[in-house]
Write a protein that binds this ligand. Structure first.
Ligand SMILES: [Zn+2]
Length: 100
């Protein structure tokens, strides 16, 4: 099950907008307990693979169903898949305790 990340110290759930704001940082601070944690983007690779796979399946499906599909329709579909992927990015972020 895909969930938004939680603070590794106090398990506060971060909202979508909060995660989006801090997901490109290396370290961030919990707004609830004030402790620092590491922002892990390991799962982004998995997301990237999923985007590529979904795009490929949809392309194949469109080419198979609609014989006279245009290049632009395919392009728009692929962009939509990538945009959807970007929108779900915060769900693939994890917060970890900083190793000392
Ligand atoms: Zn916390």
């Amino acid at each position: 099950m895909i969930k938004l990340p939680v603070c590794p110290h106090c398990h506060t759930i971060f909202r979508y907008g909060d995660v989006k704001r801090i997901m490109y940082k290396r370290n961030a601070e919990c707004y609830h307990c004030g402790k620092k944690f590491k922002v892990s983007r390991v799962k982004f690779l998995l997301l990237l693979l999923m985007i590529a796979l979904v795009a490929a399946i949809i392309d194949a499906f469109e080419l198979w169903i609609i014989a006279s599909i245009s290049f632009w329709t395919l392009l728009v579909t692929n962009i939509a898949v990538v945009v959807a992927g970007i929108l779900v990015m915060p769900f693939f972020v994890r917060f970890c305790v900083i190793d000392k």
